[in-house]
Design a protein around this ligand. Structure first.
Ligand SMILES: NC(=O)c1ccc[n+]([C@@H]2O[C@H](COP(=O)([O-])OP(=O)(O)OC[C@H]3O[C@@H](n4cnc5c(N)ncnc54)[C@H](O)[C@@H]3O)[C@@H](O)[C@H]2O)c1
Ligand SMILES: [Zn+2]
Length: 364
């Protein structure tokens, strides 16, 4: 027998900049020219093609740069292996190579799909995130988690694939439907609860600033959220431990998303998940009543997870225990202990979780 060792000790710098500014999309040709790529494939959904893609394509071509549009249908149902295959086939037909770049021009769905396509196509070509929803600007475009769903589970096929850059044009949010704005705000509230009492207080003081998209409030909030996420990701890129705090509200949120067959937005589901997690923490005596009440009021103030939901708590717990983030069937919860602080628990009694979930879903 012979044993040969292949020595592959990797050291590479995956650092990247997140640029947050109004009007970035208008400056896309200059911004993308910095990357030195030969051509850019702008991956859009049907909405972002009309809103931003066509103008971006014209702008790039007018600036003498080669670019193409790759369009997929809008909505979570496009986060599939079939649509991923279609994107890769289109890139092949257009003869894209590793010298070229993908640009994820859209919300989190596009970021996750295009980021995965970029990681797989020809074993990987660089990509730039140009997030156009609040959710994507504060969360999904940063951190390098990219994936598509399987019928039985969300984000089951994916990669850690960091973008070359993130360009967050906060003025793009002006056209967001209110429901999508609220979806992104759920993630903003999540950051405040897990990491920043200062952000929590600012959100409490003036909900109207973000709800009416005050430009300064939006830019400051996007920057604060990206800073919190970047700090967590720098400490734990591959979710070995500290990064799991970002799943606050997501353990049950993902189960709700799945059980509701994606009829609710991601943020709505996360908001129900946050309410349930806070209730579990309260019942376990981990989260004081005063903190719990402020947590409830903040979600109320941003219009989140207010309606009762007709979903079976047992089914949700079953889905959650099959979630890939949970080891050995036990559900791992991120639970608040104070505003800005959390703990990770995988010993929450089933009955207590069921009770908290029932109260959250029936709340009127
Ligand atoms: N990778 C991560 O770390 C991470 C984190 C959080 C969420 N996600 C994923 O992100 C996805 C949700 O993202 P999302 O909420 O942005 O959904 P989305 O991408 O589906 O966008 C929501 C809707 O808004 C439209 N839209 C996008 N930009 C717009 C604009 N500026 N004006 C008007 N309409 C616009 C889209 O066409 C779509 O119809 C989920 O798949 C979720 O799993 C990923
Ligand atoms: Zn999320």
């Amino acid at each position: 027998m012979q044993t040969l060792r292949v020595r592959l000790v990797r050291s590479r710098d995956d650092s990247y900049d997140i640029v947050i500014a109004p009007g970035l999309l208008r400056r896309l040709p200059e911004e993308l020219a910095r990357d030195g790529a030969r051509r850019h494939a702008l991956v859009c959904d049907a909405n972002t093609r009309v809103l931003f893609g066509e103008a971006a394509l014209r702008g790039l071509r007018a600036a003498g740069q080669e670019a193409d549009l790759v369009e997929v249908p809008a909505g979570e149902r496009s986060k599939t292996l079939t649509v991923l295959e279609g994107v890769c086939e289109r890139l092949r037909d257009l003869r894209y190579s590793r010298k070229d770049r993908l640009v994820a021009l859209g919300g989190g769905m596009i970021g996750d799909l295009a980021g995965l396509a970029a990681g797989c196509y020809m074993r990987g070509i660089p990509f730039v995130q140009v997030p156009t929803t609040l959710l994507a600007q504060v969360d999904s475009s940063v951190g390098g988690k990219v994936a598509v769903n399987l019928p039985g589970g969300k984000n089951y096929v994916g990669l850690f694939n960091q973008p070359a850059r993130v360009l967050a044009d906060v003025s793009a949010l002006a056209s967001l439907p209110r429901r999508e704005l609220l979806s992104g705000l759920a993630e903003v509230l999540k950051y405040a609860v897990i990491a920043s009492p200062a952000l929590f207080e600012r959100l409490e003081d003036d909900p109207d600033a973000l709800l009416r998209l005050d430009p300064d409030a939006v830019a400051r909030t996007v920057a604060d959220c990206c800073a919190i996420k970047a700090d967590i990701v720098e400490r734990d890129e591959r979710e070995a431990g500290p990064r799991m705090v970002l799943n606050y509200g997501h353990t049950l949120g993902h189960a709700i998303e799945d059980a509701a067959a994606y009829s609710l937005t991601h943020g709505e589901c996360v908001a129900y998940g946050m309410r349930a997690a806070a209730r579990i923490a309260l019942a376990l005596g981990l989260f004081p009543q005063a903190g719990f009440a402020r947590h409830e009021r903040l979600l109320d103030a941003y219009g989140l997870a207010l309606a009762p939901l007709d979903l079976d708590p047992d089914r949700l717990l079953r889905i959650a225990s099959g979630d890939k983030k949970n080891s050995g069937g036990r559900i791992t919860f991120i639970l608040p202990t104070a505003l800005g602080q959390t703990t990770r628990r995988d010993d929450v009694p089933d009955e207590l979780a069921r009770q908290a979930l029932t109260e959250t879903l029936r709340r009127t």
